[in-house]
Ligand binder design. Structure first.
Ligand code: SF4
Length: 299
């Protein structure tokens, strides 16, 4: 629930500081309410490059704020809480990637957007969950090191003849969306379509009626004839779904998938970030430049 005071204070600070707030779909509802733009990783990265304001406050996890800084290096980019990391991004480090590249010298590297700048700088190209299939096909290589999400890599490898070398990483939030967690809800809710994110385990994507990135899931519920959906992704997404399709019903797996890292961005921390202009994202310019090439290749 957004209080009037919070909303007014944010508006005041946005004007005073010439700030633009971007938020990921997984953010708390209060944060989504005051954001100037809400989207998934792909939409947010595109948006970051177009923002005219001098100050960008990125309400999401650290790697996302890094992308904004890479694409808009002359802007001041803040994240309201520095420790809001991504557990999936933490599962890949540069030293290991370099070793993997040595092991497979004829392979090219696709890094999922959920990686830190150093990994992006080492990759040939970046992908998101919305475009991973296309990027795999278009990349000029028959062998691909795909990191860090093994579930996403497994999902897209079924649509290609290329050899996909998987990384042993996963998103703990989506990994907890099991067949049982969906079945428990299905037993209570009749005539609901199961729609899930490709970061979910293969046994879950296999039984789903639709698999797509967060923005694709939102579009799907809006355009579908169905009225009820069991949504296999982070719970914050349902906030946007309810806005886009208020006449439809949404149900989450049991237990509810929640990303605690995303929820570290609180209204209090957002106000403090704007007031004190903390925490500023800084990236080594050489790494930033290399990472930018990999991101722009994706576009
Ligand atoms: S939901 Fe998973 S992939 Fe997304 S930010 Fe949280 S830990 Fe990272």
């Amino acid at each position: 629930m957004v209080t009037k005071d919070f909303k007014e204070r944010i508006e005041e600070l946005k004007k005073k500081k010439d700030a633009f707030i971007i938020a990921h779909y997984y953010q708390r509802h209060e944060i989504q309410e005051v954001a100037d733009f809400i989207g998934d990783s792909l939409e947010l990265s595109k948006k970051a490059a177009q923002i005219k304001n001098n100050l960008i406050v990125f309400c999401g996890v650290y790697f996302m704020a890094e992308i904004a800084k890479i694409l808009a290096p002359h802007k001041k980019v803040l994240i309201p809480y520095k420790k809001a990391g991504c557990l999936l991004a933490d599962m890949a480090e540069v030293r290991e990637l370099r070793e993997k590249k040595k092991e497979f010298p004829d392979a090219k590297v696709i890094a999922y957007v959920n990686t830190y700048a150093e990994i992006k700088a080492e990759a040939d190209i970046i992908c998101t969950s919305a475009n991973a299939g296309k990027i795999i096909e278009k990349l000029d290589a028959d062998k691909i090191i795909f990191l860090p999400d093994k579930n996403l890599g497994t999902y897209y490898s079924q649509f290609t003849k290329k050899k996909i070398i998987l990384w042993n990483g996963y998103c703990p939030v989506h990994q907890r969306i099991t067949l049982e967690s969906i079945k428990r809800v299905k037993e209570k809710v009749k005539n609901a379509l199961v729609i899930v994110h490709p970061e979910c385990p293969p046994e879950v994507t296999k039984i789903a009626d639709f698999v797509g990135s967060t923005s694709q899931l939102v579009r799907y519920v809006k355009n579908s004839q169905a009225k009820r959906f069991i949504v296999g992704t982070e719970e914050g997404t349902v906030f946007k779904m309810k806005k886009e399709a208020p006449e439809k019903e949404f149900f989450l797996p049991d237990p509810i998938p929640t990303c605690d890292q995303m929820k570290m961005i609180t209204p209090e921390r957002l106000i403090k970030a704007l007031e004190e202009e903390i925490y500023e994202i800084e990236i080594d310019p050489q790494i930033s430049e290399k990472a930018k090439i990999s991101i722009e290749r994706m576009f």
